[in-house]
Design a protein around this ligand. Structure first.
Ligand code: HEC
Ligand code: HEC
Length: 283
């Protein structure tokens, strides 16, 4: 009964954070005077509980239940200088929005409130545990080959086969990507790291279609998009930009790897381990 289990976990989270809260030393707050290693104001317990729940869904698979790093390649956040220097989400939230995409941390879509809550939760753990983490020997992730290949095969047929085939595009994938961890990252982290050595393969190219108010339609590889501007690559290699004002012009973005990211919150650690165990047999 996953739902009941969620409820129980949530109750437990609230209970534990409240207990930690009650024990926290009454350190006087010094506005703007954060010194690394000292207890810091952490945030309100309800927000921390919410952040912990969000963390469990969106971050735990990569950064581990205890933030010490997961078996899917996220680093130990307890030793992250970036997280240690975060005061109010200003360092962590840009990472969630995708600022480290090029080195393997995908952008994770979530509301502003949820990202604030998750940043508060990370800070609260850092404040209670301290910034050292454990000695490296204590946090070696277990081998990722703990799953059952047969169950992975069933899962593959259900979740992946509509786009992939083990006798087609993924034939010999375990030979091409020999390291099991890299193999797992090839799909888990959104499907390979963008921006390494030249343009992405056409199969991974993010495309955008811009429909201007007059009805003119322009489409091409997406070069850049934010709230104010969208830029596309034109067939002659030049770039063409459009100023954005809310929904004008209409922009539709197609990211071939979006399905991988959408699957991220869907599968469990067990599914992932089973799948990896299966994929490594595809030599
Ligand atoms: C698919 C795996 C994955 C998921 C899911 C993920 N991360 Fe990460 N994260 C990474 C990787 C890989 C890096 C290292 C990027 C780098 O080296 O620049 C990283 C780096 C970070 C950093 C910076 C650490 C540092 O000091 O450089 C923070 C903070 C962080 N992640 C927070 C989060 C939070 C919060 C979530 C959930 C909302 C999350 N991550 C979800 C993989 C992931
Ligand atoms: C809706 C379509 C879709 C679904 C569903 C999907 N993928 Fe993908 N996947 C892609 C696309 C598109 C690419 C990029 C194509 C490429 O680079 O060959 C890709 C790339 C990959 C790669 C890297 C291939 C390589 O040669 O480097 C692996 C591994 C992978 N997917 C595994 C999976 C697994 C495992 C699942 C199921 C959990 C899955 N995918 C579900 C569309 C999908």
């Amino acid at each position: 009964m996953p739902f009941l289990k969620e409820c129980r976990t949530l109750a437990l989270i609230v209970a534990t954070t409240t207990a930690v809260w009650a024990q926290a030393p009454q350190t006087p707050r010094r506005p703007g005077g954060f010194v690394p290693g000292q207890a810091r104001p952490t945030g309100d317990p309800a927000q921390i509980a919410r952040g912990k729940a969000v963390y469990g869904i969106s971050c735990r698979s990569c950064h581990g239940a205890d933030l010490r790093g997961g078996d899917m390649g996220g680093p130990n956040l307890l030793r992250s200088q970036l997280s240690l220097s975060d005061r109010d989400g200003e360092k962590i939230i840009p990472v969630i929005r995708g600022s480290l995409q090029s080195s393997g941390m995908p952008a994770i879509p979530m509301s502003a409130d949820d990202s604030k809550a998750v940043a508060t939760y990370v800070r609260s753990v850092l404040a209670t545990i301290g910034g050292q983490g454990k000695p490296p020997s204590a946090q070696e992730p277990p081998t990722i080959l703990v799953g059952k290949a047969a169950e992975g095969k069933v899962y593959f047929a259900k979740m992946c086969a509509k786009c992939h085939s083990v006798t087609g595009d993924l034939q010999g994938i375990a030979t091409r990507i020999a390291d099991p961890k890299a193999l797992q990252n090839a799909w888990v982290a959104g499907g390979g790291r963008p921006g390494r050595g030249g343009p992405p393969s056409p199969k991974r190219q993010v495309m955008a279609t811009v429909t201007q108010p007059g009805g003119q339609v322009v489409s091409g590889p997406l070069l850049r998009i934010d709230d104010f501007v969208v830029a596309l690559e034109m067939p002659d290699g030049t770039s063409r930009s459009f100023r954005r004002d809310g929904d004008v012009p209409k922009v539709v973005v197609q990211d071939p790897l979006a399905p991988h990211r959408e699957l991220l919150p869907v599968y469990t650690d067990k599914d992932m381990h089973n799948l990896t165990a299966y994929l490594v047999t595809l030599k």
